[in-house]
Ligand binder design. Sequence first.
Ligand SMILES: Cc1cc2nc3c(=O)[nH]c(=O)nc-3n(C[C@H](O)[C@H](O)[C@H](O)COP(=O)(O)OP(=O)(O)OC[C@H]3O[C@@H](n4cnc5c(N)ncnc54)[C@H](O)[C@@H]3O)c2cc1C
Ligand SMILES: Cc1cc2nc3c(=O)[nH]c(=O)nc-3n(C[C@H](O)[C@H](O)[C@H](O)COP(=O)(O)O)c2cc1C
Length: 774
Amino acid sequence: MRIVCIGGGPAGLYFGLLMKKRRPEHAITVIERNKPYDTFGWGVVFSDAMMSAMRAADPESAAEIANAFNHWDDIELVFKGSRQRTTGHGFIGIGRKQLLNILQRRCEALGVELAFERDVNSDLEFPDADLIIASDGFNSKIRQRYADQFRPEILVRPNRYIWLGTAKAFDAFTFDFRKTEHGWFQAHIYKFDPGTSTFIVETTEDAFEAHGLGQLDQDDSIAFCEKLFAETLDGAKLMSNARHLRGSAWLNFNRLICGQWSCFNGRSHVVLMGDAAHTAHFAIGSGTKLAFDDAIVLARQFDARCHSAERIPETLAAYEEVRRVDVARIQNAARNAMEWFEVVGRRYADSLEPPQFFYSMLTRSQRISHENLRARDKAWLEGYERWFARKTGVPVNDNERAPPPMLTPYRVRGLTLANRVIVSPMAMYSATDGLINDFHLAHLGARAMGGAGLVFAEMTCVSPDARITPGCLGLWNDEQAAQWKRLVDLIHGVGDAKAGIQLGHAGRKGSTKVAWEGIDEPLEFDGWELISPSARSYLPDGPVPRAMTRADMVRVRDDFVAATRRAAAAGCDWLELHCAHGYLLSSFLSALSNVRDDEYGGERLNRARYPLEVFRAVRAAWPVDRPMSVRLSCHDWTPGGNTPDDAAFFAELFKEAGADLVDCSSGQVSKAEQPVYGRMFQTPFSDQIRNEAHVDTIAVGAISEADHVNSIVAAGRADLCAIARPHLADAAWTLHEAAKIGVADIAWPKQYRSAKAQYEANLARAAAAQAGAT
Ligand SMILES: Cc1cc2nc3c(=O)[nH]c(=O)nc-3n(C[C@H](O)[C@H](O)[C@H](O)COP(=O)(O)OP(=O)(O)OC[C@H]3O[C@@H](n4cnc5c(N)ncnc54)[C@H](O)[C@@H]3O)c2cc1C
Ligand SMILES: Cc1cc2nc3c(=O)[nH]c(=O)nc-3n(C[C@H](O)[C@H](O)[C@H](O)COP(=O)(O)O)c2cc1C
């Protein structure tokens, strides 16, 4: 085959040498516009895992690269006058120039032709090539030429950064945060040879503008950064090696995704590789890794097809299929990390204390969890657990192991929860006339013995026509109140859990069948009239509700108040107002369901008016020493619907009205929604609301392990975690999860104690067997 790589960066060089090594008969040329051994850029970092993959692909270049690497284990944070350090993170750094020089030498040794100082304008300059690799970086001319086929999508990120170097060797991956009169700046610093470090300075567009950095030339920008980070630089100078860039050299990161990675130009097959195909933010330093992985996978796909020129199309299709998955995974992690640095100034830097700020930074990509941190640096993590436990009032000596964040107490008003786990409200559709029966007592009683700090019953409806289904619980009469008292007494009687009630009104989503007969499907018989802010149905061809009059609003508000009084008398410890999931109060908040033209519709403040009126009335009727939360749909996942920014706005209003916490759920407001599910997928909403609206939060949604809860609570992304479906699978979820992370210091119901030691021993045995097997 005749192969031409346009662009002699990591992708082009590495692919060239891998293919030549496998099949010396391939004629391979790498064309680079720069001079040989000439490049810009400072150091790049790799993980140990990347080195293993490279060792397998080409041991010769891997050995040279490994020799030239600087290895270090520590991460250091310089923040608000403090320095904190953790170890066990395993980085390797190498100068980009040195890396390329090694690859160039290896190409030459294998017989890859290297052509320098040739700026390629078009792939058509190589008509006899079977395969053209567009490895010409992010600004790829080749990709632009076939943009209609490659369909590149470029997202310009809001932060500004400048990529500098310094002749000072830092012995840790160092992050330095500095506040100016216009906002926060952060430096990402890592060494890549014994005497030089990369020094990337990043800030928001607002701070960049306010300091006039766009008007400064490179030297003045460098002088600005040297002054700002003088303490950390300790006399060392900053240097730029991007003199070829015009202007200030402050850049915006561009996130690139392509709809297709290869095409045929009439003579040759053209395929994208490395930064020409995709980019990942430097916050997790993976751009070079992605370029190398692309080269390794494409070479392997050729191996699998005997390097046949006829089979190039299917080889390229297989390459794209394999790489897309991995690239998406890395881009996701990079996005989380990048977003953390974009919001750090307004969300965390001013409010979190240095230890928690450090923890939040370390777990920013959500790929590193609490237990990962323990595996990397046990002493540091245990120190952090002690700090966290002491903040919650748990006395711990320096040599003692503190309870993990999940098992620390939480105080609000006159109530203390034993830990951070909540049994999330879950409709069971098993009531008759809204009454609690044996099923509810057995179901919730079992969960009250399962270790959670707070047990919510399902949404409890404030009137017969407030129900979702005929099987929903209600609290509009004394008989129901008596059953509620029975349930609360049971929960209090069997353990330490507190009893929560969630009051709601189904609105336009009412009068439907029970879940197992058809979710959201209207009742065929004995239904009831639906009310909603506006006469708009939930299902496209579903029943149209009646738009509420002011008299309806007064009646429903008073129903909420009457139910609240009954709940207080029954001894409920916690009341949550259900303003989520497209039910009545949620329908007011969302413009998708609220198109009123009076003071209860229109802009956000108006849409919140009625839910706030109900909230205030309920709060006034609810004992002052008992907490109240509000559940919000923080994202409608539908164009024109509420976004997390809207939810943060509503959260502030409820906080001002006296809400103690916001329970951050999402969706179910519109049938057209397109939610993006994933592990802990709603936790970012909780993070935003907690750290921007400054109100305590409950995170919920796909939180399924103690490790998740610990990571969320320890990082300050939420104060409590509500766990729903896992509690249907396991009533004693908290007790079992504690055992899984090796915590024995948690009380089981006294009647069950004899099972505890056996359960823990079985887990320990299984863990030991697994460790032995790996
Ligand atoms: C601030 C910053 C920090 C980074 N830190 C890291 C890190 O720590 N770790 C990491 O792995 N990655 C890092 N990266 C990313 C890394 O630099 C790239 O992802 C990686 O170099 C991609 O390799 P590539 O071969 O695809 O592209 P490039 O390295 O961009 O190579 C493309 C080559 O093509 C040449 N070229 C372009 N057009 C033509 C043409 N028309 N004719 C001839 N030649 C042409 C260019 O001169 C260049 O040499 C960082 C990036 C930035 C911006
Ligand atoms: C069977 C079932 C019933 C639910 N009923 C309610 C409810 O009554 N009120 C409510 O706010 N959320 C309800 N939810 C949503 C859960 O409280 C929770 O937000 C959601 O299931 C995501 O958490 P998970 O991933 O831990 O299951 C219900 C969920 C399930 C699975």
